[in-house]
Design a protein around this ligand. Structure first.
Ligand code: ADP
Length: 339
């Protein structure tokens, strides 16, 4: 979509509206004022007709002078109106261009983001497909492939299918939360939701021998249980994924003013301030080549998390020091009675 030409079209449209109003108004103004002058002259003439004979002056000459004056006044009004309209034309063009930009810029950004998303998603889908296709082609060409070789090939293909499944699952979730396709909000105990999320990822933590400490207050909010569970699973899973073996992860749920605050704090690789600005973007992954963490994520976890927080009209913030650890804090409105 060419937005440059849309800017110009919208500008012309705005200018057209302004000029139609301005020209119509000018024509009416001209009409009213020339009629007023005519009326004034008629009135003056009647007085003069009475006064002139008495002053013994030449009335027709005087009438001519008045007619010239009226013509001159009309001409001046016309010129003034044309000048004003030209000024309005210039001014409205400039203002309309700025207005058109302000109207279209957010739409342009949205379309660009959508295009970027489609191309990123296609790219991510293509990578496993290309790998699978290449393996199958090699397998078919090799006439001496044993059953074991073919089994290996199928195993590898299955891995790629697993990746595709994970990717399409993540894309579906993202679409679901963006489109607000979730259950009705209900009164929920946030502590129970966080505890459930902790259970969901317990195995991963055990594998890395991590020490997970949790300190959870009993707080109630209005929300959707499953999506919130998903949110905390993403945050805790990331904390586990980006932490070294045997380190600690702290999870807290506390009340701060009228908010319930869930914090997930790790002693992992940390995130640079540059990356902190972009980690919630779809498909954004930090280059982990400098540390030993091998991530097979698609960079969709935190954008799903952000969509869930947005659905609950909450906020999510990250504070992190590279090499020392990260803390993700989610703030959600507490229920009126304080939970
Ligand atoms: P991914 O599936 O790749 O983990 P996410 O959207 O969940 O995608 O995260 C985006 C990026 O943010 C990741 O690539 C990772 O580098 C970084 N990140 C997220 N959580 C943490 C964390 N707790 N510690 C360090 N880096 C993190």
């Amino acid at each position: 979509m060419n937005f440059k030409s849309s800017y110009i079209k919208l500008t012309l449209f705005y200018v057209l509206i302004v000029m139609v109003i301005s020209v119509t108004f000018s024509i009416l103004l001209y009409d009213v004022s020339s009629r007023e002058i005519d009326r004034g002259l008629g009135h003056d003439n009647r007085i003069m007709q009475e006064v002139m004979p008495r002053l013994n002056n030449n009335f027709p000459e005087f009438e001519q002078l008045r007619l010239m004056q009226i013509k001159e006044s009309n001409k001046r009004i016309r010129n003034n109106l044309v000048t004003v309209n030209l000024l309005i034309l210039v001014l409205s063009t400039v203002v309309s261009y700025f207005l058109a930009r302000r109207t279209l810029e957010p739409i342009e950004e949205m379309v660009e983001a959508q295009n970027r998303f489609t191309s990123d998603a296609s790219h991510e889908l293509r990578t496993p497909l290309t790998a699978m296709k290449a393996e199958i082609e090699v397998g078919l060409r090799d006439k001496h492939s044993s059953i074991n070789d073919l089994k290996e090939l199928l195993k590898s293909n299955l891995e790629e299918i697993g990746k595709l499944e994970a990717l399409s699952g993540a894309l579906l979730k993202l679409a679901k939360y963006k489109e607000n396709i979730i259950n009705e909000f209900a009164d929920i105990n946030l502590k129970e939701v966080v505890e459930k999320s902790l259970k969901n990822v317990a195995i991963l933590a055990q594998e890395k021998e991590l020490n997970i400490k949790s300190d959870l207050e009993n707080l109630k909010i209005k929300g959707e249980k499953d999506s919130l569970n998903e949110l905390f699973v993403i945050l805790i899973e990331n904390a586990i994924k980006y932490s070294p073996q045997k380190s600690s992860i702290n999870i807290s749920l506390i009340k701060e003013n009228d908010k319930a605050v869930v914090k997930v704090k790790d002693q992992g690789v940390g995130i640079s301030s540059e990356d902190q600005k972009r980690i919630f973007d779809r498909f954004y992954r930090v280059d982990q080549s400098r540390n030993k963490i091998k991530s097979n994520g698609y960079g969709l976890g935190l954008s799903i998390a952000k969509s869930i927080v947005d659905l609950h009209k909450g906020t999510i913030k990250v504070t992190s020091i590279l090499g020392e650890g990260s803390e993700f804090a989610v703030r959600l409105d507490l229920m009126q009675d304080g939970g």
